[in-house]
Design a protein around this ligand. Structure first.
Ligand SMILES: Cc1cc2nc3c(=O)[nH]c(=O)nc-3n(C[C@H](O)[C@H](O)[C@H](O)COP(=O)(O)OP(=O)(O)OC[C@H]3O[C@@H](n4cnc5c(N)ncnc54)[C@H](O)[C@@H]3O)c2cc1C
Length: 257
């Protein structure tokens, strides 16, 4: 797919599909996820930055893992979430800094790192993996992106990826798309012009998501470092209202439909 933008025409966006078919649009709302070929083609600056984060996921059968629980455990250089899926298996998903992968990415090497945390060790000793090997995604970049660039509005991960420990990336994607849809409707109805569309979208995106992204980054820094996370967990256990505050800061307000 090729995207070309020429400002100051009525239909400034030209998208050439892989089939060669051409589409013209007045507005583009890009929702192509955290990192795609399109970002390179559009020469977005974040794509040049290398990211040290790698994500892994596996499903397990476990009779011991409690139903209705979501667990988050930290280890040096990363953190791991556990929750039951709709078919009863347990999803284990973790984010790890590449400097903890010096022994490779085989299941044995990865489980050795995770087992540094006694809760994860206990889970892994009892549970049985269901995949042939863990699934992985590299280059998980939490760097700053622009929500409007070159007359394209970005929503979801293409506008910015929140740390998964905040668990709210899907809701953010839907919320940003809804903000975009309302403003685009006003633009197409002739109620606002293009500069207003772009500046209002950027302003609203920042208002709703910037604090969450920033808080996610701070928490991520604390959680991946043993020396910081070890005193933090007992502190949060002692003051549960702090946990509520952190959740509020990373999850925003419920969205009315
Ligand atoms: C390890 C990890 C754990 C996470 N855990 C959670 C969680 O527990 N809860 C939560 O809410 N969020 C979680 N997230 C975040 C969540 O997955 C994302 O925030 C969310 O999926 C973003 O939605 P999106 O539509 O922006 O992007 P995506 O879901 O990535 O969708 C983008 C789509 O665009 C398609 N695409 C790309 N390029 C093109 C092209 N040229 N043409 C056509 N299609 C294209 C892609 O194939 C893809 O289907 C997690 C993320 C990670 C990395």
């Amino acid at each position: 797919m090729q995207v070309n933008i020429q400002a100051d025409q009525e239909y400034p966006a030209k998208v050439v599909m892989a089939s060669g078919h051409e589409l013209r649009a007045k507005v583009l709302l890009a929702t192509h996820g955290k990192r795609a070929a399109l970002d390179r083609q559009l020469d977005r600056s974040f794509i040049q930055q290398k990211s040290p984060w790698v994500a892994f996921k596996e499903h397990y059968t476990s009779s011991a893992f409690p139903s209705g629980s979501v667990e988050l455990h930290s280890f040096q250089g990363g953190y791991c979430g556990l929750s039951r899926t709709e078919n009863g298996s347990v999803n284990l998903c973790f984010l790890i800094h590449q400097n903890r992968l010096n022994k490779g990415t085989s299941r044995d090497a990865l489980l050795k790192v995770l087992s540094e945390n006694p809760h994860l060790k206990a889970f892994l000793q009892e549970a049985t993996p269901l995949f042939d090997r863990p699934m992985s995604i590299a280059q998980i970049s939490f760097g700053i992106k622009e929500s409007v660039e070159n007359h394209i509005l970005y929503a979801g991960d293409s506008a910015g990826l929140i740390h998964p420990l905040c668990g709210n990336g899907m809701a953010m994607a839907i919320h940003a798309a809804s903000i975009g849809a309302q403003l685009i409707s006003s633009f197409l109805a002739g109620e606002i012009n293009r500069p207003t569309l772009e500046s209002e979208y950027s302003k609203k995106w920042k208002k709703h998501f910037q604090t969450r992204m920033r808080t996610g980054r701070y928490i991520q820094n604390l959680i991946g470092k043993k020396v910081l996370s070890e005193p933090l967990v007992p502190l949060l256990n002692q003051y549960p209202h702090l946990v509520q505050k952190l959740i509020q800061l990373t999850h925003g307000e419920p969205l009315s439909v």
